[in-house]
Ligand binder design. Structure first.
Ligand SMILES: [Zn+2]
Length: 70
């Protein structure tokens, strides 16, 4: 009788970084940002995509640029 214990592969849950959603690619983050901005357009929501040096992923930030450079 064999007693091999095989652990099934389970994909890791979506990781978070600092409580923010993490996206694997810039394209994915930009897509979500566009959808969110459309949903909350009446509230003037602006989202920016930035690369995270900590986790290597992409996050969204909604901070407003007071100088309007962007
Ligand atoms: Zn991160």
């Amino acid at each position: 009788m064999a007693h091999h214990k095989v652990k099934p592969f389970t994909p890791a849950p979506r990781q978070k970084c600092g409580g923010k959603n993490r996206y694997a690619t810039k394209q994915e983050a930009e897509l979500v940002a566009e959808q969110q901005m459309l949903l909350f357009a009446s509230q003037g929501l602006k989202l920016y995509v930035y690369h995270c040096a900590f986790c290597g992923g992409w996050h969204l930030t909604s901070h407003r640029d007071p100088l309007g450079i962007w």
